[in-house]
Design a protein. Structure first.
Length: 142
């Protein structure tokens, strides 16, 4: 592996959004059942949301640049399940980089009907380094 970096999530925004959804769901369930069942369902919803966020914090998605492929690894269920997408350099048609103030994104468009890879919420320095390496490798493979 040549380079690897973690994709940072906008965790605070997502946590607030999911917290609001959990509260609203708890209120709706409490209005429907109006008993102790509502409390347990609300706690269950809150626990599930907490586990989802703990998974994102402990094991965020990773961008890996290898000698022959670029990979996106996403961990689920605290690393018990790993989703992986990869594309080889000879199938890369275009690499685009969008830079923000703190975070950047890289889009790798592929040729031959493969799925495009989208890496969002990379730190700017990591995005620049990954973009440079991918462009160098892509130039050598074609």
């Amino acid at each position: 592996m040549i380079y690897s970096c973690k994709l940072r999530q906008y965790l605070l925004f997502k946590i607030w959004l999911w917290a609001i959804i959990a509260v609203l769901a708890g209120i709706v369930v409490a209005l429907i059942f109006s008993n102790i069942v509502a409390v347990w369902i609300g706690l269950g919803i809150g626990l599930v949301i907490l586990l989802v966020f703990l998974n994102l914090i402990i094991l965020p998605p990773r961008l890996e640049v290898h000698e022959d492929v670029v990979k996106l690894k996403e961990f689920r269920f605290f690393g018990l399940s790993v989703g992986e997408q990869s594309v080889s350099y000879d199938k890369i048609a275009l690499v685009k980089k969008d830079e923000g103030i703190f975070f950047s994104s890289i889009v790798i468009e592929t040729s031959g009907g493969d799925r495009d890879l989208f890496f969002s919420e990379l730190r700017r320095g990591n995005a620049r380094k990954a973009y440079k390496i991918i462009e160098e490798k892509r130039g050598k493979s074609s």
